[in-house]
Ligand binder design. Structure first.
Ligand SMILES: [Zn+2]
Length: 120
């Protein structure tokens, strides 16, 4: 992949990472605000639900953050944009939609059933 193109995706990934990390901070303070011990049992239930939701969101964010870190490492070692399964180029159009993509569209489709099953 051309150096300029790789740089373009690096910028996008860093930008996404910055946004996610900013958001992660917000989730943490949300979580702190929810952790007060309310005497009202009804309050407690809704707090638990909200906390569960926040934790699920954070889990998704953390996974994406991990994927972005991986993509940035791949940029460093020159393997960014190469499909991990068939070692063909993933393609710029696909990377524009999903900069953290590790597989080309063909391999992705083969993996789809697997990912659906395990919710990756
Ligand atoms: Zn592939």
């Amino acid at each position: 992949m051309e150096k300029e193109v790789v740089e373009y995706f690096r910028e996008i990934l860093l930008e996404q990472l910055k946004m996610l990390l900013g958001k992660a901070d917000e989730s943490v303070s949300d979580l702190m605000m929810l952790s007060d011990d309310s005497a009202d049992p009804l309050d407690h239930t809704s707090n638990d639900m909200a906390r569960g939701y926040t934790l699920r969101m954070r889990d998704r964010e953390n996974r994406l953050i991990g994927k972005i870190h991986q993509a940035l490492r791949n940029i460093e070692d020159g393997s960014y944009g190469i499909c991990e399964m068939c070692e063909e180029e993933i393609g710029i159009e696909r990377l524009k939609v999903r900069p953290v993509a590790r597989y080309c569209i063909q391999c992705k489709q083969k993996n789809e059933a697997y990912e659906k099953t395990y919710g990756l």
